[in-house]
Design a protein around this ligand. Structure first.
Ligand code: NAP
Length: 246
């Protein structure tokens, strides 16, 4: 019997947090997955092993998304090992919460380098190298709607990502590729939990009418839709997934 070639999905920052849940979900959906990581090599290898044991196809690929050369090599490695990509999930990101007046040049530069230039680097490769009929999913944030103090730089990076989403969706006309973004509310990962008091976490978890924090799997299901066959007519959109927060 001939083996059907699996479609290939790159998930950036997939060793932990939301990205790890997305990698597991897309692997379960039938994709061969690239678990990209920057520093969490142990977690990336462990996830690949877990996926392979469950009968899925997965590889771990190190790349700092803010570096164009790393991203190029990640696409080269993916093509050599699994084939041309069908899905790109731009999940990698960082967030430092502080008033704009207290934000250092370094924090500003790092946040834009990873969240904006990182997304730019992978989009640029994907635009010329991914299969027609593919899916791109970027990561924004619901803070664009809440505009909370302390989030100016972070939300600013995600505003750029939302604009990339709208424009690139149009630039890929004729290729049958959809480009959308998910904009999560608070999700219980290191990015959200680190540095917050229990009281503040409680406050955030009661803010949405569904009265809980989101879990990585809540976002993985949204990505499963945006990256899957049922998303053929949704293009250039931002999907807020936040329990009704905003
Ligand atoms: P997280 O748990 O802190 O994980 C961040 C991931 O990004 C890690 O896998 C990390 O990889 C990766 N990463 C960071 N810098 C990277 C770089 N230069 N190159 C490649 N990978 C890099 O964060 P998360 O909560 O899962 O966030 C995932 C996405 O959701 C982000 O874009 C974030 O802005 C967005 N988001 C999160 C929330 C939330 O409440 N959690 C809400 C809205 C939006 P390494 O460990 O290998 O460095």
């Amino acid at each position: 019997m001939t083996q059907v070639q699996k479609q290939v999905a790159i998930i950036t920052g997939a060793a932990r947090g939301i990205g790890a849940a997305v990698a597991q979900r897309l692997a379960a959906d039938g994709f061969a997955v690239v678990v990209n990581y920057a520093s969490s090599s142990g977690e990336a290898d462990a996830l690949v092993e877990k996926l392979e044991k469950a009968g899925h196809t997965a590889i771990a690929v190190k790349a700092d998304v803010s570096k164009a050369d790393d991203v190029r090599v990640m696409f080269d490695t993916t093509e050599a090992k699994l084939g041309k990509i069908d899905v790109l999930v731009n999940n990698a990101g960082i967030m430092k919460v502080m008033p704009l007046a207290e934000t250092s040049d370094t924090v500003f530069e790092q946040t834009f380098a990873i969240n904006v230039q990182g997304t730019f680097n992978t989009l640029r490769e994907a635009a010329t190298r991914m299969n027609n009929g593919g899916r791109i999913v970027n990561f924004s944030t619901s803070v664009i709607g809440t505009n909370l103090p302390g989030y100016a730089v972070y939300a600013g990076t995600k505003a750029a990502v939302e604009t990339f989403t709208h424009v690139v969706a149009k630039e890929l006309r004729g290729r049958n590729i959809t480009v959308n973004a998910v904009a999560p509310g608070p999700i219980a990962t290191d990015l959200f939990l680190t540095g917050k008091s229990d009281e503040l976490i409680q406050q955030f978890s009661k803010a949405a009418p569904l009265e809980r924090l989101g879990q990585p799997e809540d976002i993985a299901s949204v990505i499963s839709f945006l990256a899957g066959p049922d998303c053929g007519w949704v293009n250039g959109q931002i999907l807020r997934a936040n329990g009704g927060l905003v």
